[in-house]
Design a protein around this ligand. Sequence first.
Ligand SMILES: [Zn+2]
Length: 341
Amino acid sequence: MLDQFLQAAEALGARASALITEAATAADLESARNRLLGRKNGELVALMKDLPRLSPDERKTAGAAVNRIKSAIEESLLSKTASLAVESEGTSRTDLTMPSRQRWKGGRHPVTVVIEEIQDIFREIGFTVALGPEAETEWYNFGALNFPSDHPAMDMHDTLYLTDDVLLRTHTSPVQVRTLEQHAPPIRILAPGNVYRRDFFDASHAPMFAQIEGFSVDEGISFVDLKATLTHFANRFFGKTRTRFRPSFFPFTEPSAEMDVECQICHGSGCASCKQTGWMEILGSGMVHPNVLRAAGVDSERYTGWAFGMGPARIAMLRYAIPDIRLLYDSDMRFLSQLAE
Ligand SMILES: [Zn+2]
């Protein structure tokens, strides 16, 4: 009895294998599946109807044979389904499941991002951008900006001279004079650009760095305009923040002030980054010195103005908590790609 059953099972397995191999389309395969495994009239179900006629011991062996044949049939149905699918895709055999290659995408440098953001904020309140040469004459860089002729900044130790009176500009302030020579007030100008100093390349200095200058000249401009505009800027750039102005000195402004914002790391309570003061200096500013207006041919009795200069690299360091300025100039993609926008 058992032998008969096992022979029938074997024959079913062979038939199934031939049937599945011969299937040429998905429809052929589906009808083969129904014929073999169909719940009502399938050949496997028909075979199993003989199981109760066997003794319990024989049933164990027969049941195992049935299971073996069933999973063999299911397996060949699956692999045939896959091979029919590949054939129906044509000859290209494109593997649509392969992950795509990542595309390399450039980004803006963090200092550029900061400069553009500063420009956007000042553009909203009527400032336009002006540029000037990086190789500048001693007159525009120092003389017209009210530096006395023996000022230490004019020393070869501090400034990179190209010839006797041409140098790499040490600040963007010459753009003030150049703009005032060409345009009559009222003017509101923002002047971003690179400046050069004879500094060592260390954690907080670089021999070349970006600066952004801003100035406004008109009738009746006062220190109130300076404070209000720069406070507005600080609140727009850093979010609601406290600010303070400290008296300072620059040859080209009088009076002069350094502007501090609340430390962006400890928010005023004091930490290592702000040397426990709770404040961080972000820019130098002041009322344009009458001598500067006169050097540019502007009537200093009629017009007044204010100006500021700040270092976008330092602002980027503040914002992104970058401990060393050299990271911004090293062009190390592993670092820059974390901040690029
Ligand atoms: Zn702090």
